[in-house]
Design a protein around this ligand. Structure first.
Ligand code: WT7
Length: 654
């Protein structure tokens, strides 16, 4: 333990949960926060368009818009007629002040190597890269695929594309050759930017090898730009492949930023969706930049002196909005880390926070539950006193994990912003504002100013208190503009419910007496047990609330009597042994927490769960296991052996 660092006490954890406690912003936090009172909500409700116009004014525009919103449902245009460049806003506009010498990116590689890029460095690199990309024949509107590890070149590639008006589509470096090929072909990308490899758990991920396999079947790709990261042996195909450091050597140091229309495409990002063909979600420039710049500043209370670390990969929308575009438009300092949280030890994240003095830390519940499983000795051994705000994103955070995060990472000092949003929404939509919102563990609290969200019944009736479908009932600047090349699918997927009037999020939600929103996960994950709607997430949350459980995944399986019965896959915390007795105790625990209706009929112990590469549990495959079927499509899994082992073990035991 370091001096001045409060040690968390395990007794408070249980107490905090039992009391159903709410968490008010502390005096210290509130007194320094950008937003200290709720007048911003009132202003936004009064005139949402004027509110968003005011936010757009914090960006630098080459030409002002002549109309704030053009809304031809379901197609929105924001800041119509405005001219803007995203890269200019993230880089150029900061280099005429002292910010020029401020760290933009503090990067750490998995082996422990470090790089710091100031805003000036970023400016220089991005300009050269933009010229290099142009020299490879890329023009405004062309698509560029980016398949890189978490290295600064990933951010620089995105910005360089934005600078010249090329549309980037970042493909997560953990995806297979097959997944890369599908995305490149759908986007018809002309250029691929990749690397020889990247580090993950001490080994080299062979990115170039995968890229080679993909590009064989991608006729649109004319050139491949290769960053040398690991110096592993790779093949370079003459005429097609170019070393990044070679093309940069000859590149001119200034490239005029393209004056983009507010509604010109900024990027395509394929959703990680757990079923079906991936959708190329499209985002445009002015509205997207307005949404991410506003939310970065106010949801995270992001100050010039902060060190902001979002642990997501740039291959997900979280990395687009809260590593690259939002923080950099605010001239923030961001931390970027290449590797795994448990390499070389399970305290790597806490070491990074200690070393770089991270003040704002933004991660996912699935990571938090892994930290809980590994034990408190890891964070306790590090100085986390620089932290002042914590964030969560990606799935509902169960109250148990929330309180653990609050106590052991925030040391009861840091507000937690549980931020709900989607690839499609572009920026955070439901979240606390940390200087004013009273927090309830497990609730994302309320829609942000300027956002209108409602819980509706199947028929479109508004639910004031209770459960239903989450809908967005007014357009917002960072909303998706469609699905690349498929406007009909856009309409079908998001705008076909409720007479096409509202955006359907696909999520279930509950509103409580105080008007707080409780996200219940995807509606496809709602079970129907003996005529009752039960969300898989509620049962999971009850299970994880038991002291022996680290993580769980719940699915509904066919049952002749009840329609569906509940099967629960359970990972026990280190030091607990699976068996009949624990299984009974867990069933009883769920009955106590939710009621007899939610009693799992099966508890299946496992040491791992099948997850997508973005950490979402693939319940569809668990249903296949529990119902004894052959496994469905497993191509989006992070690790296919997990579910194969689970299936084998399950069949041996039953
Ligand atoms: C889905 C969107 C948003 C960036 C990362 C995921 C779930 C996300 C929360 C939250 C409850 C959440 C929803 C949503 N989700 N954040 N704070 N509480 N659920 O982006 O892959 O497009 O997934 O993630 O189900 O619809 P995505």
């Amino acid at each position: 333990m370091r001096k001045g660092v409060k040690k968390a006490t395990s007794t408070t954890l249980a107490a905090l949960l039992k009391e159903n406690r709410v968490f008010k912003p502390s005096k210290e936090f509130k007194s320094q926060a950008y937003i200290k009172d709720k007048s911003i909500y009132r202003k936004a409700v009064k005139n949402p368009q004027a509110f968003w116009e005011h936010q757009a004014e914090s960006l630098t525009w080459f030409k002002k818009w002549n109309k704030i919103l053009d809304w031809k449902l379901p197609f929105a245009q924001w800041f119509v007629g405005g001219k803007i460049n995203a890269c200019y806003n993230c880089v150029d506009r900061h280099i005429n002040s002292v910010i020029r010498n401020k760290a933009a990116i503090m990067w750490e590689g998995e082996p422990g190597d470090n790089r710091v890029l100031t805003y000036w460095d970023l400016y220089r690199e991005v300009n050269k890269l933009a010229n290099a990309i142009q020299s490879l024949g890329i023009k405004k509107g062309d698509r560029v695929a980016i398949y890189l590890p978490m290295i600064p070149e990933a951010v620089m590639s995105m910005l360089a594309c934005a600078r010249i008006g090329a549309v980037h589509t970042v493909v997560f470096g953990g995806f297979s050759a097959e997944a890369l090929k599908d995305r490149i072909n759908d986007a018809q990308a002309k250029l691929l930017i990749t690397a020889d490899g990247g580090y993950r758990r001490g080994t080299i991920v062979q990115l170039k090898q995968a890229a080679d396999a993909a590009v064989q079947n991608c006729p649109s790709i004319k050139n491949v730009l290769v960053v040398q990261r690991c110096k592993n042996e790779i093949k370079m195909q003459q005429g097609r492949d170019h070393w990044y450091h070679d093309v940069m050597k000859n590149a001119q140091s200034y490239c005029e930023p393209e004056k983009m229309d507010s509604e010109d495409l900024l990027f395509i990002l394929y959703t990680s969706g757990t079923t079906g063909k991936p959708k190329g979600i499209i985002h445009t420039t002015g509205g997207y930049m307005t949404g991410v710049t506003f939310t970065s500043k106010y949801v995270f209370d992001l100050k010039p002196e902060d060190v902001f670390w979002c642990t997501a990969d740039v291959g997900w929308v979280t990395g687009h909005s809260y590593i690259t575009y939002g923080p950099l438009a605010n001239a923030a300092t961001v931390v970027m880390y290449e590797g795994s949280p448990d390499w070389p030890e399970r305290n790597r994240f806490w070491k990074i926070i200690e070393k770089h003095g991270v003040t704002i830390f933004y991660t996912a519940p699935t990571a938090i539950r892994a930290f809980m499983k590994w034990g408190t000795q890891w964070p306790e051994g590090c100085d986390l006193s620089s932290l002042r705000l914590l964030g969560s994103v990606g799935e509902p955070i169960n109250p148990e994990a929330w309180v653990w995060y609050y106590e052991y990472i925030g040391r009861e000092r840091c507000p937690i912003v549980d931020t709900w949003w989607q690839t499609e929404t572009g920026c955070i939509l439901i979240s606390p504002l940390p200087g004013v919102t009273i927090l309830k563990p497990g609730s994302a609290t309320k829609p942000l100013p300027g956002i209108e969200a409602k819980v509706l019944t199947e028929e479109g009736k508004e639910v004031k208190v209770g459960g239903g479908y989450l809908a967005l009932t007014k357009p917002w600047p960072a909303m998706l503009r469609g699905i690349f090349g498929d406007p009909e699918r856009y309409r079908q997927t998001y705008w076909s419910r409720w007479g096409g009037k509202y955006y359907f999020t696909g999520d279930g939600a509950k509103i409580d007496e105080d008007g707080y929103y409780w996200l219940l996960g995807r509606v496809d994950d709602i079970m129907l047990v003996a005529g009752h709607n039960i969300s898989t997430m509620e049962v999971e949350s009850a299970l994880v609330d038991h002291s022996s459980v680290a993580e769980s995944a719940v699915v509904g399986i066919k049952d002749e009597i009840k329609g569906q019965a509940i099967a629960a896959f359970v990972i026990l915390k280190d030091g607990n042994t699976p068996g009949q007795e624990v299984a009974e105790a867990l069933k009883q625990h769920v009955v106590n927490k939710i009621g007899a209706i939610a009693r799992p009929s099966k508890i299946i112990f496992t040491s791992d769960l099948p997850k997508t590469r973005s950490g979402k549990i693939m319940r569809r495959l668990l249903r296949d296991v529990a119902e004894g079927r052959a496994l469905g499509d497993v191509t989006t899994l992070a690790d296919t052996t997990v579910v194969e082992n689970l299936k084998r073990k399950y069949e041996e035991e039953t």
